[in-house]
Ligand binder design. Structure first.
Ligand code: ADP
Ligand code: MG
Length: 361
């Protein structure tokens, strides 16, 4: 029997927002928004919109004179990006590229292609945008799940060499050198979207705002009273609890885990983050990976990549790139590793193992 479970992202989103605003979850969200604005002692206009796009519930909040305009522009931008990047939409740029092996892309999609290949390179292929045919094989694209044979998997793995994706910088044209290649930006699209929303906020003079895309959060500046945003990190074990709370400003906080989307067959769980070495769901000792970075796209790509790498490689990767991001790793055996850059800004009830990079501070 096959059962599909997608996490109750709406409930999570609400939990996140409450925590973002207050750090506790007893009153309604609307009450808390009002409470916070009053608490600042100023009358700063604010606007919040909740909507469903990119297969997830989103909340966008801005504080400032142009808050309403900024949030409306953010929503239109999300719709535009979804139209360009969605593999589920037949006429998206990504679908056109996948169906015909070539396409002239918008700046958005071309930029993401470049970023995806860069992250593929620095992660030794743990993140690989050419994963899409395998996502199809497992049925994650249609909901018609099946566990493929080794032979079926290896046939597709042989056609995932990123060097067969040819980019023409001046024209934004992309072509696949091999038939049957298909790309999927599902591992970075939401991080790009939240980063773009931060740009829209800045263009509108907004100095304080936040977006939560199905639990992936990015914040601009600090809260209106000058204090840091408090962002809860999901606990993969339970929907009611969280791993801990991060105090941040100007950062994206993005979590990946096998618990987000999966199906079960004969008592075994198969999730949606695939290991490009085996073509199977990554099972390398991690339950979840949270990346904290100023760069939303990088945070999203690395949350997927480090989950694939597993604990030891993920720690090492952070040590070699500690200027670019921080990380929270939860292992299958419930150990929590936190990189030293967020040692003092992460509160948790877990015993924490700090990952240090050995550099003088
Ligand atoms: P979520 O979609 O739950 O936010 P992720 O950011 O980890 O989680 O992205 C998972 C998505 O990334 C998958 O649904 C699929 O589209 C894509 N993906 C799966 N495995 C890989 C991989 N090894 N490299 C790149 N993209 C992947
Ligand atoms: Mg990701």
């Amino acid at each position: 029997m096959i059962v599909m479970k997608k996490k109750m992202q709406y409930i999570n989103t609400i939990l996140f927002c409450i925590l973002l605003l207050t750090g506790c979850g007893t009153e309604t969200k609307q009450n808390k928004i009002e409470a916070e604005v009053k608490a600042t002692g100023e009358n700063i206009p604010s606007e919040t919109k909740e909507f469903f796009s990119m297969d997830t519930y989103m909340t966008v909040t801005a504080y400032g004179l142009n808050a309403k305009k900024a949030v409306e522009q953010a929503q239109s931008r999300v719709v535009q990006l979804d139209d360009r990047l969605s593999t589920g939409k037949e006429d998206s740029e990504v679908s056109k590229l996948n169906n015909t092996s070539r396409a002239k892309l918008s700046d958005d999609t071309f930029y993401l292609m470049n970023k995806a290949l860069e992250i593929c390179d620095t992660t030794d292929g743990a993140f690989n945008p050419a994963i899409y045919p395998l996502m199809e094989l497992w049925g994650f694209t249609t909901g018609e799940y099946k566990v493929p044979t080794k032979r079926e998997r290896y046939k597709l793995l042989a056609n995932m060499n990123p060097q067969n994706i040819k980019l023409h910088e001046n024209t934004n044209k992309v072509a696949f050198a091999n038939e049957g290649m298909k790309v999927d930006f599902g591992g970075i699209a939401k991080g790009y979207t939240s980063a773009e929303i931060m740009d829209i906020f800045r263009e509108n003079g907004i100095e304080s705002g936040m977006v939560s895309l199905g639990g992936n959060v990015q914040v601009l500046g600090s809260k209106t009273d000058g204090s840091l945003w408090r962002v809860a990190i999901q606990n993969p074990e339970t929907e009611k609890d969280y791993l801990g709370i991060l105090e941040i400003k100007d950062k994206a906080v993005i979590t990946s885990g096998g618990y987000e989307r999966y199906f079960e067959q004969n008592g075994k769980v198969y999730h949606h983050i695939l290991d490009p070495l085996t073509g199977e769901p990554a099972e390398n000792g991690l339950k979840s990976v949270t990346i904290v970075s100023e760069d939303g796209v990088l945070a999203d790509g690395l949350s997927t990549a480090l989950y694939v790498m597993g604990t030891e490689k993920a720690k090492k990767y952070w040590m070699n790139h500690s200027d670019d991001f921080d990380v929270v790793l939860l292992t299958e055996d419930e150990k929590l590793y936190v990189s030293e850059g967020i040692e003092t800004s992460f509160e948790t009830d877990y015993d924490v193992n700090i990952i240090r990079n050995g550099k003088l501070r």
